[in-house]
Design a protein around this ligand. Structure first.
Ligand code: UGA
Length: 435
């Protein structure tokens, strides 16, 4: 089949490549001309495991373009993957989405099936049909197929989805869904076909629930700190109950990224506008916002003044395995260190360039190529992602490289027993003090 994918960020580029892997003809459209130029040369514009190799394999089966008419005129199946970042009052900013609809309405030359993969408020599917048909002489059928991929494992998630949720209104859309997904259906992946409204809500509800799980465990971690508990063991004990499960129970500096922060505020906005205040999600957001101050509090209690201290910061992305720094806890933490006149030596396996772009005006920060270069002569270290490279560091590495081996671990990545000889503070676990 022939598909046009609109918006080539994490969701769109990965979807375009996987559609081509599944032998569909793909036109991939984005308004960013620089991005299109790189993609035409077969260069992946985002870091995702296996993306570059798959793109190299299928690049001749994908036509990359920044020309809307070129992208839309000849295809009756259009997949919208543009971002919907948080806008005013937490409402999703739908400007890219409506720009995509305008491009479709202006250029469609036939009745068209539009698949919405972007995260959009309930009612968008219905509104899309009305909008397009008010601006175009053609008929539009709209499918809501929210994307559930996680960055850092996007290709794996798209090829092995935990579930596929699709919202349709017409029999034609249901049949198309089954035809396009027949490979997944044969391999017994869970496909749930429902109404567009349910599909739209399932995406927000899922992200909201996962964010709440994290804030719940982070609150318990604070309690553990006070009563001498160990949050990792508490979470492990909870996870043994299959009704609870082990995922998203890892305490830390809180969630970041382009999804949970915007989708929790989006869900609050959607429910608030329907007079159903989403108090649970509000509480999860408040906990998340205060988790960074909680973590910094541990540092301030240990060091009365940070002035002139050299601080190693390991991890600048919002999580391991991605170069994405959107809503990364590293920003407020490094800003706080900066305000207190500390000097930061930072390392991240993938995110240094992106972080530097945003923090260019911060002078007391230097970026290095290896974790051990950051640790060298540092007065203390802060760990902000659970990157494999950081997990591999041992107590000996901290003791050997640092001026004083004091470590604040915002991701609880080391076993307490392995940190003997280090002054080690983590979240919701007893601290380790050298004897
Ligand atoms: C999230 C969802 O997991 C995807 O299913 C969804 O498709 C995506 O949002 C989206 O809406 O597009 P993502 O933001 O890429 O994916 O990353 P996650 O792995 O979910 O992590 C989000 C944040 O939660 C990170 O900052 C991570 O460090 C934090 N986290 C995660 C914890 O603090 N504790 C945990 O136990 C798990």
């Amino acid at each position: 089949m022939n598909f046009t994918v609109i918006g080539l960020g994490y969701v769109g580029l990965v979807n375009a490549v996987i559609l081509a892997v599944y032998r569909h003809d793909v036109i991939a459209y984005d308004t960013n001309k620089e991005k299109i130029a790189l993609l035409k040369q077969g260069v992946a514009t985002i870091e995702e495991p296996h993306l570059q190799e798959l793109l190299s394999q299928v690049k001749d089966d994908i036509r990359f373009t920044s020309n809307a008419s070129d992208a839309i005129r000849t295809n009756g199946y259009i997949v919208i993957c543009v971002d919907t970042p948080a806008g005013k009052n937490g409402a999703p900013d739908m400007s890219h989405f409506y720009a995509a609809l305008d491009a479709i309405a202006e250029n469609a030359s036939m009745d068209t099936m539009v698949v919405i993969r972007s995260t959009v408020p309930v009612g968008t599917n219905a509104a899309t049909k009305v909008y397009l048909e008010s601006k175009s002489p053609h008929k539009f059928d709209i499918i809501s197929a929210p994307e559930f991929l996680s960055q850092g494992r996007a290709i794996y998630d798209v090829l092995n989805p935990a579930r596929i949720v699709v919202g349709v209104r017409s029999e034609k859309a249901r049949e198309l869904t089954k035809r396009v997904l027949h490979g997944y259906i044969e391999r017994k992946f869970k496909l749930f076909i429902t109404t567009p409204e349910n599909a739209e809500l399932i995406k927000y509800a899922s992200n909201g629930f996962l964010a709440t799980k994290i804030s719940y465990v982070n609150t318990l971690a604070r309690l553990c700190d006070l009563v001498g508990g160990d949050i990792d063991d508490v979470a492990k004990g909870m996870a043994l109950d299959p009704r609870i499960g082990p995922d998203f129970l890892k305490a830390g500096v809180g969630y970041g990224g382009s999804c949970f922060p915007k989708d929790t505020s989006g869900l609050c906005w959607i429910s608030g506008s329907n007079s159903v205040p989403m108090k649970i999600i509000k509480a999860a957001m408040e906990v998340n916002e205060s988790q960074i101050a909680y973590f910094l509090g541990k540092i301030y209690r240990r060091f009365r003044s940070l002035s002139g201290l050299k601080v190693a910061v390991l991890g600048l992305a919002y999580k391991a395995g991605t170069e994405d720094v959107r809503n990364s806890p590293a920003f407020p933490i490094i800003k706080a260190l900066h305000e207190r006149n500390a000097y930061v030596i930072a390392y991240d396996p993938l995110a240094i360039d992106n972080f530097h772009d945003v923090m260019a005006r911060f002078t007391k920060i230097r970026y290095v190529d290896y974790p051990k270069d950051a640790l060298k002569d540092a007065d203390f270290a802060i760990i902000l992602t659970d990157a494999e490279e950081f997990r591999k560091l041992t107590a000996k590495d901290f003791i050997g490289a640092m001026h004083s081996p004091v470590v604040f671990d915002g991701r609880n990545i080391y076993d307490l027993k392995d940190m003997q000889g280090v002054e080690y503070y983590s979240i919701g676990r007893p601290s380790v003090k050298p004897s």
